[in-house]
Design a protein around this ligand. Structure first.
Ligand SMILES: Nc1ncnc2c1ncn2[C@@H]1O[C@H](COP(=O)(O)OP(=O)(O)OP(=O)(O)O)[C@@H](O)[C@H]1O
Length: 234
């Protein structure tokens, strides 16, 4: 069974044209699916439909075979979400933030366990005990990853996770994503970074005006070819 599945999924906000139309997509355990598309193409809408933040006007989104419904916690426990800027408490340390958000998700961990999640997310011991107000954007992303790990989510959804990260931080983030996928997590990422999409993704989707117009295996395409296809498509 796919971890994330969209069946004829569509969304129309009010009287506007459809933000998403007829999306059919299956993402398995261990896959990293990178969704490309211009501003307004429908990437965030797709993520929001899986999260249950907005309600589908057509079709359905499923997580582990369970249909997503807004305000229904059933599918939320399977998913973690990492927004472009991970919102955390500046006056709490990395460990304290992770503890707070783990408790919100219903998990209580020892300091050692919390520290192990942060270490796995590539945040060293010095950083773990520092206040979040001193963290870089890349470090905040790592706390976001640790929160996903602590929640034991099967799917991690990310909206432009590498935007604004320097090349080293992007590389570190990419390595963590690959490790998580090897452990069986499903990752769904909206991104504008074509090079990183080819580097990190197992599959790429290109969306235009709410429609998924291309789906490719990254083994079949170079970054240059993807860029060409993207520019021809949008
Ligand atoms: N809450 C909303 N109400 C009305 N229209 C919306 C709402 N959210 C998004 N839209 C519209 O839906 C379309 C798709 O937007 P969406 O944010 O999903 O695109 P995107 O691909 O994520 O863009 P970006 O790369 O800028 O984040 C756009 O036309 C946008 O204006």
């Amino acid at each position: 069974m796919p971890v994330l599945e969209a069946v004829q999924l569509g969304k129309q906000y009010d009287h506007s044209t459809a933000a998403l139309s007829d999306l059919n997509l299956s993402i398995d355990s261990g896959e990293i699916f990178c969704l490309l598309g211009q501003n307004g193409a429908g990437k965030t809408t797709t993520i929001n439909l899986f999260l249950g933040f907005v309600e589908a006007t057509r079709g359905k989104a499923l997580v582990n075979g369970v249909e997503v419904r807004p305000n229904d916690p059933k599918t939320k426990k399977f998913i973690a979400y990492i927004p472009e800027v991970v919102q955390l408490y500046g006056n709490l340390t990395g460990v304290e933030n992770l503890d707070f958000f783990s408790r919100l998700a219903g998990f209580r961990y020892s300091i050692g366990e919390l520290s192990a999640f942060l270490t796995k997310a590539d945040l060293g011991p010095d950083a773990q005990s520092r206040k979040l107000s001193t963290y870089s954007k890349g470090m905040r992303q790592k706390v976001g990853i640790a929160i996903a790990l602590a929640k034991n989510a099967d799917a991690i959804l990310m909206d432009e996770p590498t935007s604004g990260l320097d090349p080293k931080a992007t590389d570190e983030f990419t390595k963590i994503c690959k490790e998580l996928a090897l452990e069986g997590k499903s990752i769904f990422m909206a991104t504008h970074d074509i090079f990183n999409a080819v580097n990190v993704g197992t599959r790429i989707g290109i969306m235009k005006q709410g429609r998924l117009v291309h789906t490719l295996d990254t083994s079949q395409i170079t970054a240059g070819e993807l860029q060409q296809l993207y520019l021809e498509t949008i």
